[in-house]
Write a protein that binds this ligand. Structure first.
Ligand code: NAG
Ligand code: NAG
Ligand code: NAG
Ligand code: NAG
Ligand code: NAG
Ligand code: NAG
Ligand code: NAG
Ligand code: NAG
Ligand code: NAG
Length: 444
């Protein structure tokens, strides 16, 4: 693939020689003397990395010292943000790193016990540069600007699709997709990408740390659901709507997410919603309104009928998923749930109650003290979003207006698409759910 070509193309790239299993690289860029200030700072940096990484979701960087004694440090845990495993990986990586590179100004360790983690320190600022090893591990941490993204694209083509796809199949395409899209996006209701790492089958995206996990971890948890009172849920609904609106039209790109669901809505420390997981997202030409997918991808219960049946997707298929999400947030019920002996579908269940005038019965009992008017309005908006006919569904622009202006009159909904009518006739295997989780995307 010609790493020389890549080096001459890319200014900030450093090629290092490493292998994945517990390898250390001691750079030959200079040595420090024992007991020097630099030596002490290095020890401080390594100690700080070890003790702070797990509190920060598996990624931590720090800088200690002044002038020539400055030490930059970085640590990240791949594959599992499990505190216990991350911590043991980092601690053993630091020990082997210090033994292998006792007095080098700069070193890196790719620990592998029990899970891969990267520990790195240097006397120079290395964040923001894309780094690669001859065996195709490459990573970037730092601001993923246009220049870095172009580097990424260069690397990507240099690596050769065959190697990537034979090793990691479809996952690699989604990974590139997500890096490519997220690099261009910036909105408070979208999770921010800080960096990435890729080695054959190991793929890692480093997101900004979003401490409170995802929406599904709250609304369906017997204890944590109480934390999300109506005010918080309303704020989350508004946040998701703004995030999707940005994707659909405000970002100068037209992006269809295609996999909106509660587990892809992350919550920050103030319970603000942040949409994540852009592995399925599709970039549209700005004048393009719909497209046909070569295969169906999405999640049972959230995908729109025209997408499931004809593989047609558009901004309105995201609107559909948003509608299911809203109904789920208000009711605390999953898109399909067991009611006695029957399987109930949230959309048809809601419609029945709505027609009978008993929509308030749908509301999650723990939301009793919330604003009934707002909750009813959200159910109404949810029903409009899950209309069978694509043209009857509002755009996200209208949805955001309907949510923010309570004097706007809402249309009367028709009977929504009953998920029963299409999901039960689809073989589960047709609905390929691609989990961009575990090994692929883990640190959130
Ligand atoms: C740095 O120290 C290592 C031993 O730890 C030694 O092999 C190497 O030659 C030294 N490099 C320089 C530039 O002094
Ligand atoms: C560094 O300090 C320790 C004790 O603080 C001492 O034992 C050791 O000899 C010192 N090493 C050098 C190279 O000065
Ligand atoms: C990082 O760890 C050090 C101890 O090694 C601690 O003093 C410091 O406060 C920690 N920083 C953060 C941001 O938690
Ligand atoms: C950590 O990395 C971020 C970029 O991801 C950078 O903005 C920040 O300054 C770094 N912090 C330290 C303490 O080096
Ligand atoms: C830092 O090191 C360079 C050479 O390595 C030297 O020229 C410079 O004076 C040093 N600066 C300080 C503040 O020590
Ligand atoms: C840590 O990793 C091991 C496998 O190496 C796994 O069995 C264990 O469940 C992990 N622990 C946690 C808390 O995830
Ligand atoms: C949410 O995040 C905040 C800030 O990090 C924290 O204080 C709070 O305990 C978290 N709540 C839950 C339920 O995790
Ligand atoms: C509803 O109750 C929760 C706590 O149970 C409280 O935080 C919230 O402010 C209440 N909301 C209203 C509108 O009274
Ligand atoms: C809210 O909607 C009403 C009815 O369409 C309109 O008169 C009013 O100007 C809107 N308010 C805002 C703040 O947009």
């Amino acid at each position: 693939m010609g790493s020389k070509t890549i080096v001459s193309l890319l200014l900030h790239v450093i090629i290092v020689s490493i292998t994945l299993t517990d390898a250390q690289t001691c750079y030959t860029t200079g040595n420090f003397t024992a007991n020097s200030t630099y030596a002490k700072n290095r020890d401080l940096v390594l100690r700080s990395l070890a003790s702070n990484v797990t509190n920060n979701g598996g990624f931590y960087n720090t800088t200690i010292g002044l002038g020539n004694d400055t030490v930059y440090g970085l640590v990240l845990c791949m594959a599992s943000p499990s505190a216990e495993n991350c911590s043991s990986c980092v601690n053993s990586a630091i020990q082997t790193l210090m033994a292998a590179c006792p007095n080098q100004n700069e070193a890196i360790s790719w620990g592998g016990n029990p899970l891969p983690c990267i520990v790195r320190y240097a006397n120079r600022y290395f964040l923001g540069s894309l780094e690669q090893s001859p065996n195709s591990i490459f990573y970037n941490v730092g601001i993923l600007d246009d220049a870095t993204f172009r580097q990424f694209e260069q690397f990507w083509s240099g690596l050769g699709e065959t190697r990537l796809s034979s090793n990691s199949g479809q996952g690699a395409v989604e990974f590139r997709n997500e890096v490519g899209l997220l690099a261009k996006l910036d909105h408070r209701n979208l999770v921010r990408l800080l960096g990435f790492c890729l080695e054959g089958t190991e793929k890692l995206l480093i997101y900004e740390f979003v401490p409170n996990s995802s929406l599904d971890q709250f609304i369906h948890d017997p204890n944590k659901r109480f934390i999300l009172d109506w005010e918080k849920r309303y704020k989350i609904i508004e946040g998701i709507a703004r995030g999707i609106l940005y994707l659909h039209q405000d970002s100068q790109l037209r992006i269809i997410h295609r996999d909106l669901k509660p587990s892809n809505i992350l919550l920050d420390g103030n319970m603000n919603a942040k949409i994540s997981d852009f592995g399925m997202a599709k970039l549209m030409k700005t004048d393009q309104t719909h497209d046909a997918a070569s295969r169906i991808a999405g999640t049972f219960g959230y995908i729109a009928p025209e997408y499931a049946r004809q593989r047609q997707f558009s901004v309105k298929s995201d609107v559909f998923s948003f509608g299911v999400l809203v109904l789920e947030i208000v009711s605390g019920q999953k898109p399909s749930f067991r009611d006695g002996d029957d399987m109930e579908h949230l959309t048809s269940h809601t419609w029945r109650r709505w027609r009978e005038g008993t929509a308030l019965d749908l509301i999650d009992p723990i939301l009793r003290n919330g604003s009934t008017a707002e909750m009813t309005r959200c159910i109404h908006i949810g029903l409009l979003c899950v209309q069978e006919n694509v043209a009857d569904r509002p755009t996200m622009t209208s949805v955001v207006q309907m949510l923010s202006n309570s004097s706007l009159t809402l249309q009367i909904p028709f009977e929504p698409a009953s998920s029963l009518s299409y999901t039960s006739t689809m073989a589960q295997s047709q609905l390929k759910i691609i989990p961009l989780s575990k090994n692929e995307i883990s640190i959130t």
